[in-house]
Design a protein. Sequence first.
Length: 250
Amino acid sequence: MKTLTPKHGDQEVTTDNAVISGWDLTGSLDVYANNVTIIDSRITSKNWWAINLRKGYTNLRVLHTTLIGTSTGGIDNGGADYGVSNNSDGSFEVGWCDISQFGAAVSTGHGNVHDNFAHNQAMFINLGHEWVHTDSIISSGDDTGGLVIRHNTLINEDPIDKGASASVGLFADDGPVANTTVDDNWLAGGSYAFYGGDAGAHNIKVTNNVFSTEVHPNGGYYGFVAKWNASGAGNVWSGNKTSDGHVVTP
């Protein structure tokens, strides 16, 4: 295993084409640059993110990296919110990462999120005195750039009375959910394991996923799927099964 170099403190990345490799960072990375790659590193963050791509920048790649939130020590009454937060447009990739102790492992409306392990999500009460909703991967809609969620293991073990929402949450908070593929993932836990975008969602393809019963007998506490728009243009539901082989229908 590669030897990591200790680094301390919240960092800003402002140089285009920067490559961050082999860091053991106790802090966070705030990215104000294009074509940044973060690879073969470990980030332990007390901030509300481990890695945050700012608006106006593009082509962030986070690969083979471990991200750990410290939910008792950070902003907003000690809650780390996002392992990786994407606030921009253009290319975005998170792959082969181990992400734990955040309210959401990845927050993005577009990009390629693949081959990650998200687990042991944070539970915390925010400054509004409410349990923060937790989703392994979350999209808030109003993004047509195309999102692929493929071959991830996403386990949300949080109790529903302490904020559990979903393993994959496609929500229309900011606008319609569109152009999203959720394929070949292992999904477990949450209120529902999968939220499908609700009315207005279109071009959503949910295929070949395994809905595990390891956290709840029905995938999520209330069931496998909620808010699926079966009549949406281009929406496809196919090949989705439980971990013991039963077909999952929305």
